[in-house]
Write a protein that binds this ligand. Structure first.
Ligand code: GDP
Ligand code: IMO
Ligand code: MG
Length: 444
């Protein structure tokens, strides 16, 4: 049975969590396969708001298995906090949540390194990470010598491993100016993580084996991407990226499930652009438009509460990531946020050093010089939040969505007009292969 995957096509926070929660109804297993506690995925249902981070957004539905694979970097304190929070609200984890024994574990030294190293990019500037130890943990994974995986927490030599790493890290930290960080205490860290390990034990599993059996037996898998494709370590706006493959290319490597089992790739975009942290955002509107988007869209980070930078929809960037991620169809989220603006702009090309291009630059210096070329479309005054089918949308809202579909070369099968599960327009099954409602002539 085929699988579906949900990929953010911008810089994260495209409302992937909302979409995954909705799609879970048609799937048996929801899989988180990269990233870690840097993710903040929101689901709103019947007036209740749920903030998910490492645990898949499918956890709110009954009868669905939720799997965190080895591609994720796992902070046990954060997972337990999340599990406790969900259980206190009546969501049971038992028999429902599996955590890969291959997942690399975030330790206190990773958090320290994240804090100390952000702001020391070789070219200057800061990435503005979430401070969750993500980059340092992935770095130790790739480096191997100092890596500890979830399965290692149950081995007899776990204490010796912690002592080995702490010894190394303390020597490293001591080379920083005195007072920058206190020495780590191996015994205390070991004791704390041994406690975490006992609590997590019922959930730890070989998720590769579980998922491979599941796909071969016909289970329907839903892969939940974290971050967005423009934050992909290899294909994003390096170095202002996260440390995992957050575009579609990461699904197989992160989950251990071959790409041949994914036959529906949904690219999720916000109807405009946002970015948290450093790095270029060519269409940024540091003005009244940006304020409108931030306030109407409540654009403040789920994890760090930082105000998100806001701007017009960037079709050059999203077309690149739609192609990169092998996207079949699009979900356009937060369309309601654009209501009340007289006119809307979409960036359909860049000008770099006077040359016009629709190709997304591979080099950050080129992207920093890119001047957006905008198309202007009429806005709409109406609130969209009660629309439940495409015909209930004002003509100009439909035209705006049509234009995104056209520029990205993919049909739009889902439109979101508010945070709630219900505030969603899903086109009839099979519609994904057809374009979004046929384009109206410009003078219609
Ligand atoms: P994710 O990281 O991609 O899951 O997205 P986040 O949860 O970090 O951010 C998306 C935000 O938009 C959340 O606060 C959602 O509740 C909210 N949201 C989702 N869909 C819509 C929508 O269609 N309209 C509005 N106004 N808000 C939405
Ligand atoms: P979700 O899954 C938005 C950004 C950070 C920073 C950069 C690197 O909710 O869409 P990291 O801590 O990963 O080393 O930070 O990536 N970032 C996100 N931005 N949404 C996210 O996740 C993000 N996860 C990381 O702000 O710029
Ligand atoms: Mg988020």
């Amino acid at each position: 049975m085929p699988g579906t995957c949900v990929i953010g096509l911008q810089w994260g926070d495209e409302a992937k969590g909302k979409l995954v929660d909705i799609l879970t109804e048609d799937h048996d297993i929801v899989v988180r396969y990269q990233g870690g506690a840097n993710a903040g995925h929101t689901v709103v249902s019947s007036g209740q708001t749920w903030k998910l981070s490492i645990i898949p957004s499918g956890i709110l539905r009954d009868g669905v298995a939720c799997v965190v694979t080895g591609g994720v970097v796992l902070d046990p304190a954060k997972v337990l906090e999340e599990m406790d929070g969900l259980e206190s609200r009546g969501i049971r984890m038992e028999g429902k949540l599996q955590l890969s024994d291959r997942a690399h574990v975030v330790f206190p030294w990773h958090i320290v390194e994240d804090r100390l190293l952000d702001g020391s990019l070789s070219g200057g500037g800061a990435i503005g990470t979430t401070g969750r130890g993500i980059g340092p943990c992935y770095r130790d994974k790739v480096g191997r010598a100092l890596a500890i995986r979830l399965g290692d927490l149950y081995r007899d030599d776990f204490r010796a491993r912690v002592e080995h790493v702490v010894d190394f890290k303390n020597r490293l930290f001591s080379s920083w100016p005195s007072g920058t960080t206190a020495p780590l205490d191996a015994a205390a860290i070991h004791a704390q993580y041994a406690t975490y390990a006992e609590r997590l034990r019922p959930h730890v599993a070989d998720t590769n084996a579980f998922l491979l059996d599941a796909v071969e037996q016909g289970s329907r898998l839903l892969f939940e991407g974290a971050q967005g494709a423009l934050l992909d370590i290899d294909h994003g706006t390096f170095p202002f990226v996260t440390s995992s493959n957050s575009s579609g290319v990461g699904v197989a490597s992160g989950s251990g499930v071959p790409g041949r089992w994914v036959n529906r790739v949904i690219g999720v975009v916000k109807a405009y652009s946002t970015r948290v942290g450093g790095g270029p955002l060519p269409t940024e509107q540091d003005n009244a438009i940006g304020m409108h988007l931030r306030e109407r869209g409540r654009e403040y980070g789920t994890v760090t509460k930082r105000p998100r930078r806001c701007g017009w929809f960037d079709a050059v960037a999203a077309r690149y990531t739609a192609r990169l991620s092998g996207v079949d169809e699009l979900a356009v989220m937060l369309l309601d946020v654009l209501g009340g603006l007289d006119e809307l702009k979409i960036c359909s090309a860049y000008e770099i050093d006077g040359r016009r291009t629709t190709q997304f630059p591979s080099q950050i210096a080129d992207l920093e010089r890119a001047v957006p070329v905008y198309e202007t479309l009429p806005g709409w005054p109406d609130e969209l939040d009660t629309a439940r089918d495409e015909h209930a949308l004002p003509l100009h809202a439909r035209r705006y969505v049509d234009r995104i579909a056209q520029l990205l070369g993919r049909p739009v099968s889902i439109v979101s007009v508010g945070p709630d599960r219900d505030q969603t327009i899903i086109r009839d099954s099979g519609s994904a292969r057809r374009p979004w409602h046929p384009l109206q002539p410009a003078n219609a």
